[in-house]
Design a protein around this ligand. Sequence first.
Ligand SMILES: Cc1cc2nc3c(=O)[nH]c(=O)nc-3n(C[C@H](O)[C@H](O)[C@H](O)COP(=O)(O)OP(=O)(O)OC[C@H]3O[C@@H](n4cnc5c(N)ncnc54)[C@H](O)[C@@H]3O)c2cc1C
Length: 505
Amino acid sequence: MATTFQTRNRAAPRIVVIGAGVGGLTTAAMLARAGYNVTVLEAHVYPGGCAGTFFHQGYRFDAGATLAGGFYPGGPMDIVAAQAGIAQWPAHAADTAMDVFLPGGVHVTRYGDERRFAEHVRAFGPAADPFFAWQERTADALWDLALRLPPWPPQRAQEIARVGGIGLQWLTQNLRHLDPRLAADALRPVAAHLYAAPAALRHFVDGQLLIAAQATSSSANALYGASALDLPRRGIVHLDGGMGAIAQTLAAAVRANGGEVCYRHEVARICFENGRPAGIETRRGESIPADIVIANLPPWSIKPLLSDTAPAALSHLPAAPRDGWGAFMLYAGVDGAIVPADAPLHHQVIVREPLGEGNSVFVSISPAWDSTRAPASKRAITISTHTDPRAWYRLRAEDESMYNKRKQLYADRLLAAAELALPGLRAAADILLPGTPLAFQRFARRVGGWVGGFPQTSLVRGWPPHLAPSLWMVGDSIFPGQSTAAVALGGLRVARAVVEAHPHH
Ligand SMILES: Cc1cc2nc3c(=O)[nH]c(=O)nc-3n(C[C@H](O)[C@H](O)[C@H](O)COP(=O)(O)OP(=O)(O)OC[C@H]3O[C@@H](n4cnc5c(N)ncnc54)[C@H](O)[C@@H]3O)c2cc1C
């Protein structure tokens, strides 16, 4: 079938980005602005993938991600806006990030401002001070480094030299107040800083790390963990229309910069000539030529698109990820009267250990002021828990009635946990829509329901983005992993690497 896709600048390489997740769209917006011919192909009917927002019976539910960070001045989303030509994000700063409910009735409010000091002492006692002092000091040093966008892990000699240069400059500037334990932290878990910690603090850190690093304190890398725990201090925002507004704003920026974003275009094959991508074929049979392909997909989704031309990095890929998570979701449309006017819009409830599987849940409520999210006087609520996706697939294949029973059991567990934060939730709900990891395969094409990228157990856990000549990867499988801000940061790095590797004049 003949292609109808535009070539804006005949002298510039043609780039196809597969997937309109936040990582793919960030990369696309930057490259379109840099003058490349960019086409984004998205299988679904709207952008955002795991950070999309969908319509259902008058409500707009956030499908996966609900907590938006990185919008502070100089933060990742601020840099993306400046470099992609986005005048303003449709974002409103939140006064308080979230409430965390711990086993035994302890309740902690996560403030970004100085109220956090008194709150930590109230919840955990003064014994927690050294932990938070370490965490904030470490995060300050590392965010500064991360925002200089060193390519990580470096792949080419040029990148190794650049990492060395940025590292040296950073060391020279920070040497005077550098904590020597920083080097040790590169190789140990967060738990190294929690030896004498009260149980409540460990529960709190484990719960927060599970959502931010996909691993608890016993295995989450200390440097990564310290930065991830900093999210509330850096500030969070609520977006007009829900999380999907990030991807929609980025898609508009791709177009404003001369690129294209095409929905209902599922890529079936990346075609190779002489060891490089020459184009792609869609499931509908269209062929689109490309000089460079950027896949906004996990490696497990890229490999089937390559038939027998898989680059070395993908040829020994195990059939499924060895670790990582799926998500069980419950979308609830409720009467807004159950939401206290002064309550934060995010709540983490930790019922008991082990975390996940309904024992810990994250609850996010649409803002009262956002009339686009729910019918009058109602609110759209997204509730989620980490779950092993393999169990759901097994059960679905072997015994559908047990699969449905388990779905109901998990929905009940999520409701019971969420009721601790929002009493009366069940009775106030007019819609309760559960979703298993299979829904993430169906709606975000996440093979095996695997979401959230790799658990951040080491600083080199994520994949480097360069897979083969002219073939790149972006999204939550590459460093720095999951979250909208992290995949945007990864997208900035990949766009910069593509410009360096494929310059045009
Ligand atoms: C339940 C849950 C809760 C989360 N909570 C938060 C949170 O509160 N805050 C936060 O910041 N992050 C959160 N995250 C993580 C965040 O959503 C993800 O890390 C991030 O959105 C992933 O972006 P990505 O760029 O990797 O792309 P993805 O979101 O994976 O999007 C990839 C896109 O590619 C498309 N696609 C796939 N295959 C093809 C193909 N063959 N052809 C064309 N298109 C294709 C898909 O349809 C999809 O739109 C959460 C994730 C989940 C699942």
